[in-house]
Ligand binder design. Structure first.
Ligand code: FNR
Length: 403
């Protein structure tokens, strides 16, 4: 097969996948209603500045990044149905605007574990960002620095916590997937600690999952991939900077048989604040608190973990009811608009993390694209805060919602 036919075949696979994606059908439905989203018949924007909403960045990324890498980013579990579920969840909550409030100055700054950030919109941990732009997590760090945003770095980052911290000019939070060897896990935690990370985010929602979309690209067999990727798990882990110098033979991340006792183990192993990411039920929220977690991230991994049919914003309500303000609760999965962010904050979330929207910016325009994604969402949030008559985050309460 020539490289041209390989690339045509790869694009065909992307189109086939798009045709069956519930997410894209959901976007198609909103386009049919006349709402402005970046759809296939629009020319993708040529610069970050031209993007009017985060969907414009998605279309621009799709035009620039290899189809396999685009699908790796876009996919959810099974047929990606949770992506549409996450979006739909926002529809059941309506806003209650109050009039004639002075909203000349809007303050959306938020305090998280002793540090104030310009806005409550943070960058969720996403692995392997060099797949989207050569500068990967370092470009994201520069954007986070420019916008004073919180960045959470994944365990499976292409750039090390030391390089990312230097580019951010301040410590980042570090997300943990434990390795099957405790010594390796401890070494990674120590590196994050030594780099000054104040918070360790332990992700617990990947006991098993079915990512069949990317399997269609079969990296080990696909000639288009083999130019860059050596086959096999060990080879892929060699590209992950936090595993430099680690004996990778037999090493895996994600441990079978992981239980709540592991939280005690982490608690004892580090003085960093400990957050648990991937919590969606009241019972598990209670367990987090019992075991000394300092905070919770409500998340269904952007629809890349279990296929529950329940959106992240619905899970947020259940978790907040159980937590009753004892620890800060953050949330992610499906946030694409300022109104989405507002709804979560009004329910009681301390901050909202975004995943794909900043990866769209990264894949399309590098650092500038990530900055644009943050600018778009903070601008939209500022507009909603003004419309709702809530000039500070303290004013954003359940009174701003019809539930
Ligand atoms: C992720 N996510 C993720 N989460 C995590 O804890 N560690 C990780 O390494 C990754 N990697 C990752 C890669 C990619 C490509 C995506 C899209 C997501 C999940 C991420 O932190 C977050 O929960 C979701 O991305 C939030 O949903 P949205 O905003 O993408 O809908």
């Amino acid at each position: 097969m020539t490289s041209r036919t390989t690339s045509l075949e790869t694009r065909r696979r992307l189109l086939r996948w798009m045709a069956t994606s519930p997410l894209l059908s959901a976007l198609g439905a909103s386009a049919a209603l006349g709402l402005r989203t970046a759809m296939a018949d629009d020319e993708p924007v040529a610069s970050a500045a031209e993007a009017l909403n985060v969907f414009d960045l998605e279309a621009a990324m799709r035009a620039r990044v290899s189809p396999a890498h685009f699908v790796y980013m876009a996919q959810g579990s099974d047929a990606s149905e949770m992506l549409a579920v996450n979006r739909k969840g926002f529809e059941s909550i309506q806003l209650r605007p109050r009039r004639l409030v002075d909203v000349t100055d809007v303050d959306m700054s938020v305090e998280l574990f002793g540090r104030r950030y310009a806005s409550p919109i943070a960058l969720a941990p996403c692995g392997a960002q060099a797949a989207f732009h050569p500068e990967g997590e370092v470009a994201v760090a520069r954007a986070a620095k420019a916008k004073d945003a919180l960045q959470i770095l994944s365990t499976v980052t292409n750039f090390s916590v030391e390089d990312v911290t230097a580019a951010r000019g301040a410590p980042v939070w570090f997300q943990l997937y434990p390795a099957n060897d405790w010594n390796i896990t401890r070494r990674i935690i120590k590196r994050a600690e030594d780099a000054g990370s104040p918070v360790l985010v332990f992700t617990v929602d990947l006991a098993a999952r079915n990512l069949e979309q990317i399997a269609r690209f079969d990296r080990d067999a696909n000639p288009a991939c083999r130019g860059c990727h050596e086959p096999g798990y060990e080879a892929s882990m060699r590209k992950k900077a936090m595993f430099d110098g680690v004996n990778l033979s037999g090493m895996t991340i994600g441990i079978d048989g992981l239980t709540w006792d592991y939280v005690y183990r982490l608690r004892d192993a580090t003085s960093m604040k400990l957050l648990i990411k991937g919590i969606v039920t009241a019972e598990d929220a209670e367990r987090c608190i019992e075991r000394g977690a300092d905070g919770i991230v409500v998340s269904n991994h952007g629809g890349r973990a279990d296929v529950t049919g329940r959106s992240s914003i619905e899970s947020l309500r259940e978790v907040l009811d159980a937590v009753r303000g004892r620890v800060p609760v953050l949330v992610d999965s499906g946030f694409r608009r300022g109104t989405d962010v507002f709804k979560a904050l009004a329910l009681g979330a301390r901050a909202v993390c975004i995943g794909r929207p900043y990866l769209w910016g990264l894949g399309a325009f590098g650092q500038e694209g990530v900055e644009r994604a943050l600018d778009i969402l903070t601008r939209e949030l500022r507009i909603v805060m003004r419309q709702m008559g809530t000039p500070t985050l303290a004013d954003v309460t359940p009174r701003s919602l019809y539930l």
